[in-house]
Design a protein around this ligand. Structure first.
Ligand SMILES: CC(C)(COP(=O)(O)OP(=O)(O)OC[C@H]1O[C@@H](n2cnc3c(N)ncnc32)[C@H](O)[C@@H]1OP(=O)(O)O)[C@@H](O)C(=O)NCCC(=O)NCCS
Length: 249
């Protein structure tokens, strides 16, 4: 294991100090080992990624919820339509006092949707789960906010903060002192050099590179493969090498 990284025991913090390994942390103080059920919101590709990870952690997905009519993504797993369907399903459960945790299986540039759905699920009293794939490396002093996901082979370096419901996707690298906002998606294989500020709702496409100390404004998109060499205005899209404005706010 690389120096500076270590495995913490399973803890129950509101903000999760860095760790490697497959730990699940819950806000309400319930010990991770006591959690077995996690409902997934979203029934497309990302739900398969998360279900595989949860299954690896020994956790069960009893239901998948989606706002749209979708084909059941998993045999034997209930598919539920929207928040009203979820409420009815929770009411029908034999032991309604035990609430499942939730994970948001919504990828792409839908970070604001993730945050809105998280608010609805929080209101229902479901605890969010924070997921770190066992092959990911998270520095001991990094902080992962609730509902964030650090997926296969990703790196989160020292003094990084990852915001609520943000995704650090497969093999992405977030280097020292980066501040990642809420509802952010750092795509597969993207590289964020040090001291970068990423606003809420940002989507950084696969394989993009962002140079040190850049600020990426809220709700902006960095195209796949872009090399960002200067600040990105809020709400805009940049693409190419070096990255140029494709769409202003
Ligand atoms: C940047 C992006 C969001 C733009 O999507 P869009 O608005 O639908 O853009 P379009 O496909 O209509 O393309 C518009 C123009 O931008 C160009 N373009 C789009 N994406 C580009 C990219 N990543 N790099 C360079 N040019 C790009 C297109 O060639 C097109 O150019 P043209 O007008 O000269 O023909 C998208 O292409 C992208 O890169 N998404 C990231 C996907 C990803 O990484 N997913 C990971 C999932 S886990």
């Amino acid at each position: 294991m690389a120096s500076g990284f270590f495995i913490l025991p399973q803890l129950s913090f509101q903000l999760v100090q860095g760790h490697t390994g497959c730990y699940r942390i819950q806000e309400n103080g319930q010990h991770a080992d006591q959690m077995t059920e996690v409902v997934l919101w979203g029934g497309t590709g990302h739900s398969r990624v998360l279900r595989e990870l949860l299954s690896h952690l020994g956790m069960v997905v009893p239901a998948v919820i989606d706002n749209r009519e979708i084909e059941a993504p998993f045999a034997g797993v209930e598919t539920i339509r929207g928040i009203e369907g979820l409420k009815a399903w929770l009411d029908r459960r034999a032991d309604g006092s035990i609430k499942p945790s939730y994970a948001l299986a919504i990828g792409g540039g839908y970070g604001r949707d993730r945050l809105a759905i998280a608010n609805d699920l929080d209101d229902l009293g479901l605890p969010p789960i924070t997921l770190v794939h066992p092959t990911a490396m998270v520095a001991s002093d990094a902080v992962l906010a609730l509902g964030s996901q650090v997926l296969i082979g990703a790196t989160v370096a020292t003094c990084v903060r990852v915001g609520r419901c943000s995704i650090i996707n497969s093999r992405a690298s977030v280097d020292h002192d980066c501040v990642i906002g809420d509802g952010v998606h750092i795509g597969p294989g993207a590289t964020l050099c040090g001291q970068i500020e990423v606003g809420d709702g940002v989507f950084v496409g696969a394989g993009a590179t962002v140079l040190p100390r850049i600020k990426i404004g809220p709700d902006s998109t960095v195209g796949a493969g872009a090399v960002v060499i200067k600040d990105v205005p809020a709400g805009s899209t940049v693409v190419g090498v070096p990255a140029r404005l494709q769409k202003a706010q």
